[in-house]
Design a protein around this ligand. Structure first.
Ligand SMILES: *Cc1c(COP(=O)(O)O)cnc(C)c1O
Ligand code: SF4
Length: 358
């Protein structure tokens, strides 16, 4: 083989997603010109909180400080608040390292410390992308053993970091182990990859995942600009593999804290076969205070969806309550009065309707 041919065959062996990932911006020298004036501050921030922006996600930035920019480019604000690193008490609720058992019948198992892009608002900012979160095979096994010893666990959520940052065979190893446990009914994967690096969703990955059904995926889109042809392709492949797709968004200041943007997002999600599942109120996580919005904004967003667009498009708006209290749904007030078996209700057009209890 001549040199050129050799090179081409090597490139074919390395999958496209890995080649993209390798070109990620992880140091200030890798950042585009629009960050030019911020470089000193960014360099400070990434000493504490790692940066990784792969070229695909970076290409979605249209202008400085837009919704994509704010999610991935570090900001000096990250070093300026006094919030707690782990307000949801995940570490306290971890019987074995990397496994959170907060609800009666389901657990969250972190299997990877890496992501295809480090979101600046991450709830696990205290450890994501650092050595504090490395999950060895032995640690994952300890989590799987715990699940085996707890017959009440019927739902396992693989999380991280991003589980799809693992190799196909590593993911398969975890799925196989879980499927050997009789009481595990469903497996969920929480991943931002259909949004942040859709090229990672390959035919090989999909045909492996579908062997372990029922497998559900919850992905993470926050803004309509993230719904591209590539993302649509990735989601089609997953849906064609029989995987039901949900979406979890975080309500973020100056990114998606706007009823019109959220409406567009949830409608576009349905067109790529993704069902909006949750909108999270931003947690009280150290380094992310500048992303928080008022709860009234979230309620306004839900109020502007219900009745005004497909019920299928409407996610639950929740606060993951401090100190491991679990998720609590928040709704606009629809029940105005309940007296003597008579309910006075408010519909989406703000009209009153009365319903009589039996
Ligand atoms: C969010 C979460 C779950 C899953 O909650 P669902 O409402 O069932 O989607 C499970 N465990 C932990 C620790 C969680 O944070
Ligand atoms: S993809 Fe998820 S885990 Fe990773 S940085 Fe973003 S929010 Fe955090």
């Amino acid at each position: 083989m001549n040199k050129e041919k050799e090179l081409i065959s090597l490139q074919i062996q390395v999958p496209e997603w890995k080649r993209i990932l390798e070109k990620s911006a992880t140091a200030i020298e890798d950042l585009p010109k629009i960050c030019e004036t911020e470089l000193n501050q960014i360099s400070d921030v990434i000493k504490t909180y790692p940066m990784r922006i792969n070229p695909y996600y970076l290409s979605l930035i249209k202008e400085k400080n837009d919704a994509v920019y704010r999610q991935c480019i570090p900001s000096a604000q990250e070093l300026k608040d006094n919030l707690q690193p782990d307000p949801l008490a995940e570490e306290k609720n971890s019987p074995v390292s990397g496994l959170v058992h907060r609800y009666p019948d389901r657990v969250l198992l972190t299997v990877s410390n890496k992501c295809a892009m480090y979101c600046r608002f991450c709830t696990r900012k205290r450890k994501v992308g650092t050595e504090k979160m490395i999950m060895t095979k032995k640690q994952i096994l300890a989590g799987i053993d715990y699940i085996e010893d707890h017959p009440e666990v019927r739902d396992v959520i693989l999380s991280g970091g991003d589980p799809l940052m693992l190799e196909d065979n590593e993911i398969e190893w975890v799925l196989k182990k879980l499927r050997e446990i009789k009481h595990v009914e469903i497996i969920r994967i929480g991943t931002r990859i259909p949004c942040s690096l859709p090229q990672r969703i390959t035919p090989e990955l999909c045909s492996m995942l579908k062997k372990y059904h029922p497998v559900y995926i919850n992905t993470h889109f926050n803004h309509p600009d993230e719904i591209t042809e590539e993302a649509k392709n990735a989601c089609s492949m997953l849906a064609d593999a029989g995987i039901p797709l949900g979406n979890q968004s975080v309500l973020l200041k100056e990114i998606n804290d706007d009823p019109a943007i959220m409406k567009k997002l949830v409608q576009k999600l349905l067109t790529i076969r993704v069902k909006p599942y949750y909108i999270y109120q931003a947690d009280l996580v150290k380094g992310t205070n500048h992303f928080r919005t008022k709860v009234s904004k979230g309620i306004e967003i839900i109020k502007n969806l219900r009745g005004f667009t497909s019920g299928l498009a409407i996610p639950h708006y929740v606060i993951d309550s401090p100190d491991g209290g679990g998720k609590i749904p928040l709704l606009p007030e629809y029940l105005k009065k309940y007296r003597w078996g008579k309910l006075t209700l408010r519909n989406y057009k703000d009209e009153e309707r009365v319903y009589i209890d039996p």
